[in-house]
Structure formats: C-alpha cells, structure tokens
Design a protein around this ligand. Sequence first.
Ligand code: BGC
Length: 414
Amino acid sequence: MKRSVLASLVLIAGMGTSNALAQPEVEVLHWWTSGGEARAVQTLMDEFQSNGGKWVDMPVAGGGGDAAMQALRARVLAGNAPTAVQLKGPSIQEWYEEGVLADLSDVGAAEKWDALLPAAIGKHMKCGGKYCAAPVNVHRVNWIWANTAVLARAGIPMPTSWEEFNEAAVKLKALGVTPLAHGGEAWQDATVFETVALGIGGPGFYQKALVELDPAALSGPTMIKVFDQMRTLRGFVDDNFSGRDWNLATAMVINGEAAFQVMGDWAKGEFTAAGKIPGKDYQCSPTPGAGFLYNVDSFAMFKVQGGDRIAGQKLLAKLIVGENFQKTFNLAKGSIPARLGTSLGQFDYCARRSSYDMDVAAGSGTLLPSYAHGMALRGQQAGAITDVVTQHFNSDMGSAQAAKMLAEAVANSR
Ligand code: BGC
C-alpha cells in the first residue's frame, strides 16, 4: 500500500521523539556567501521551505570552504554535528570512516539515484557501497573569464595557449590594465596551479602528478615548467592581490579593472548576479589545454537524533537530486546539473559548453578530479601540495626547488 507523505513523516518522527507531527528541520552548514552563491543557496532554502521544511542557516564565509571545514570539525568534536553539511570528494569518505555520517540509501533507492546520476558522480556519493551524500552540481574548474570590452580595446582574442595568454598579458599591462584578477589565498593559488598543470603537462601528466602522486611527475621537468608559468603569472597580478576574496577578483573583471580571471564556474554566478550576459559583457573559455577538471558540490547528512531532523535530512536529500532544484540552483550557481537528463534549455553557452566538454572528456579519459577543490586527494595530501604552491607563488623560490619540495611534501604527507 502506498503510504502518504504525512504518514511517512509521522513514522520517521516516531522513531526518535514523542512529537509525532514533527516538522522536517535541517541546520545547513555551507560556505556559499558571495553574491552569486547566496542567490544559489536561496533556491535550496526556498525549495525546502515550500515543501514544509524548517531551514536553519549556518553559513561560514571563506571561498573553497577551509573555514567551513574547521567549523564542522569543532561542531562534531563538541558532539553537536549540523544536520546537513556541504562536503565533497574523498572528505565524504573520511567523515564516514569516523562513523558520523547518516545512511541515505533509502532515499537513493526510492528516488532511483542509481539511474539518475552519472556513475563517476555516484561513486563519490557512496560510502561502503551505500549512499551517504547527495550531489547538487558539476562545477568545471579550468575556465578563464574575461571582460569583453577590455579585450576589444586591447585588440586581443581569448588565449588558446599559455604563450598567447602571456603575450596578451604583456600588452594589457602596457595599457595600464591588470591582466589577471587574483586573490592571494592558498586555495586560489592552487586553483590556478592545477589548470596550469593540466594545460602545460596535459591530462596524462595531471593524472600522474596530482591524482596518483607519482614522485617523478611531481619533481620532474614538466612540473618545473608549470612552476615557471606560475612565476610568470605572478607578474600579471596587481600589487593588492594578497588575501583578496575570489569574488572581489571576479568583480575586477566585471568592472573592467582587470582583463582575465582563472577560476571555476562559480565565478559565472557573480557575473549572473551582476546582470551580465555571457558572450556580450564577458567571455568564458576553457583554460589552455585539453581535459575537464570537475568539482562536484554535495551535501552529506550527519548522524543526529530526533524525528524532525531525520525527516529533514531525508527531505533535503530527495529535493537536492530533484529535477526542479537541479535546474534553478545551477542557473544561479554557474555550474551544470549533476542529474542526468536535466534540460539545459534555459542555460547559457558556457554551461552548454561545459556539459558538452564533460561528455567528450568522459569518453576520452580526460575527465579529471580537481585536486584544489577536494575531489582528488585526501585532505592532508592536498594540503601538502597547496602549501608548496602558495609558498612558491608568494616568494622568489625557483621552479626546480619548488618541484623538489613538492615531491618531498607529498612523500611526507602519506
Ligand atoms: C565550491 C563552490 C564554491 C567555491 C568558492 C568551491 O570549492 O565547490 O561551490 O562556490 O568553492 O567558495
């Protein structure tokens, strides 16, 4: 017999509390606090509330999520985990191994996630073969964003190689424009670094160095070239880049103060929030080189007590993979839906390009996890790489020394 939604909720509620008519409730820890991100998270809040849920917001500012992850650890150690947490990649499994994640298999089975999620994404959402997280999107990391009017004034096209990028940047600098908008935070340095590694070394090199952590690839001549390009890029950022938030760097491109930004497509959420049109006001193209660096945002649910909160987790997980949410959220966020078969009819050309390139990359073995955004490596290993990258970018360290340090740091982190 088909049970009504209310009856199911009463049943679930009865498991942990005497309050049989508990309202589904979630406390959601996330780091979506920029203008574009806030618009995107609002779509999730709206969807949850219009389905009868109570949303308690726990935003922790800080791009890339480092501060949010610190806040999470503190809450879990205090025995008071938030109900739903923006979590991704191998860190989902790390938390699962600590025995603190809730099992979402019943929602996954009822909603047919096995059929609705691409295998590569589904794999990240499972712990010990069971669903333990729900994906909201696919962000592509290897993008370059540009201000159309600035490029036109300088007479330069979108660069298709790093050499072309360097030539364009020299020209822009001579015109008094900051070539590269950048915020000097470690994760932003890492974001640029991984796209340069992919572009200069190619997908095979990226896989060997930043996924398999092969010592020869980490310390070899190709990695030295990658650091050379990072040094060159350092010369194209403005003097005030240190500590700048990524969205303020995007704003420099939006207002024409800078020409380019290398950033994942959450940057598009900022252009969208500012009312800018791709192809007209700004340009998007993959950073030079082949391959697709993916970064899938997802929510994991932590083990909590109380029928209201357990019902909240199940409702949230169900809505996240739902067709409506996957569309509205990703239109605001700049990413593309994780759910197969979601229509891209309302999406712009950057999103369609992303979706097409992702399919091509999946077919040619060049769909690669972003190390800088926690999709490829465990936290300690990724942290060891980022420390060297940021130390190199913010000093006059030579490329050969940086590559040697990189291999050593990774070896010590294992
Ligand atoms: C997340 C994005 C977020 C970006 C900036 C990335 O790691 O995947 O959702 O917008 O960081 O905070």
